[in-house]
Design a protein around this ligand. Sequence first.
Ligand code: ADP
Ligand code: MG
Length: 348
Amino acid sequence: VEARVRLGDVGEFGLIDRIAALVQATGKAVRPGVGQVTLGIGDDASLLEIPPDRTLVTTVDTLVEEVHFRRDWTGPEDLGWKSLAVNVSDIAAMAAEPLAAFLSLALPPETEVAWVESFIRGMAECAWEYGCAIAGGDTVRSRERVAITVTLLGTVERGRALLRSGARLGDAICVTGTLGDSAAGLALLQKGKGGPGPRGKRVKTLDTLIIAHLRPRPRLDAARALAASGQVTAMMDLSDGLASDLRHLTARSGVGARVWRNSLPVSDAVSAVAPLLGVDPTEWALHGGEDYELLFAAVPQSIELLRPMRVPITVVGTIVEEGVWLLEADGSEKALEPRGFAHFQTRD
Ligand code: ADP
Ligand code: MG
């Protein structure tokens, strides 16, 4: 019975009550020392206490139906997870720790309450995993499409935020994990393989890639450890693809970069699936977005010090004076042009 209840039936405040009940537990997850939510959902605004030796860090991301996600490919729980995870990734990339998330939802009145509750459960799961509270938000009506805006506040030890702007000539360019998994997962979804539904029915390899796309796991602990090492000069998260994001990092640092195609870390799953779809896996690694791995520059002599971390680290290139270059397997070199997902561009 409950499954058929729509937003129009319970109204804005009925929905907010349900959201509040579902997120209550997340507040307890906040990491010690990061700050504290002393008043969450239910009043005109929330109250947060921040330790005096920390700086507030904020980020916001919006996901629009048919632009960033499709409801037939993405189940509500995965979407809830991802809406927060993409913000956690930005906070992590600053070497900060998440504190409290704010959720603005624009929903058509026909939306099922159960869909929103599943969304909140997925988001709360992510909040729990990364140690932050869901401390407020806004709920409005939209005509046809769902739009989700998550604002995430975090804190970092004063003066310790890691910016995009510190890379220096000769630094090693590194990434965590593997690249292209999310792009491969998206390609599989586009081919009609996967989507919401029982996970058990998906083939294992395809599963890994689709999950990488639908449930990214931002590198919060790795980012903190990298920052604490004192060897990292610049850092950002990979949301648009290496070719595109590396341009942002080099531009902010006033340097250039050379990347070696042969060095790009590609997972076994991507290597297995790419030929089936007629794609060069390193193209996914260079241009696929939404991996939410860390891209950073570090003093070259320090890389061995960083390796014992639990997350794999790969050196993919080096900081040069200017330009962004790709060294091919045959030794030739060409400009590495961004081809990542860019809004307001209508190519493909
Ligand atoms: P106001 O009209 O004063 O802005 P609202 O009625 O929009 O207040 O919100 C009431 C309370 O519910 C606030 O604490 C707000 O943060 C919270 N809230 C509203 N919508 C959401 C949502 N989608 N997710 C989480 N909290 C929400
Ligand atoms: Mg108010």
